[in-house]
Ligand binder design. Sequence first.
Ligand code: DX5
Ligand code: ZN
Length: 217
Amino acid sequence: MIKILPSILSADFARLADEIHEVEEDVDLIHVDVMDGHFVPEITLGAGAVHAIHQSNLVAMDVHLMVNEPIHLLPSFIKAGAEYISVHAEACTHLHRVVQLIKEGGVKAGVALNPATPVSAIEPILNDIDYLLIMTVNPGYGGQTFIYNMVNKIKQAHERIVSQNLPVTIEVDGGINSETLPLCLKAGASMFVAGSAVFGRKNRHQAIEELVRSAGT
Ligand code: DX5
Ligand code: ZN
């Protein structure tokens, strides 16, 4: 089963609750990008906003932490009601500990890899995580162009996961649309973050439907 995760980065922040209401019947999860102005240049929102979304919407949240040393922020995001939390391998001095903390909080733990970071960087902890987030653009902004070389990286990761028989899901994020989604699906991804391909469109329901249809399911 594939999952489409609308990324609220491309939504209208002034009417966020309404924006989320527009997609919550069509998806199981929404993707929330947290940026700290250090790991990536921009600043978006924090645990307070995640908590507010949790209170006013029914849909579960996948929180993508683009922050340096997220270990300090984890307790507030866990408390805020995130169901999935991913941290960047490049941003954690003690990645294994961070992953354990997320899991101890009862949250699904993901590790994200920048385009230039090889899959081998997380090989020793592949059996500790619930999902691997392969960035298909450099993190920081919505609306960027998909990096086609990442399809091979998804394949590589998928092969390692399958050969070790691990229950790890592959999520992709950046430049996902109805042309790039099938490539990632074929390579082994099953969770697809889509920002501009959903919230950049007037009819969100139709946009999600098009993405699902592109997967041939
Ligand atoms: C980029 C974010 C993405 C972003 C994707 O740093 O992690 O989640 O919202 O946006 P699109 O789908 O427009 O590339
Ligand atoms: Zn993201």
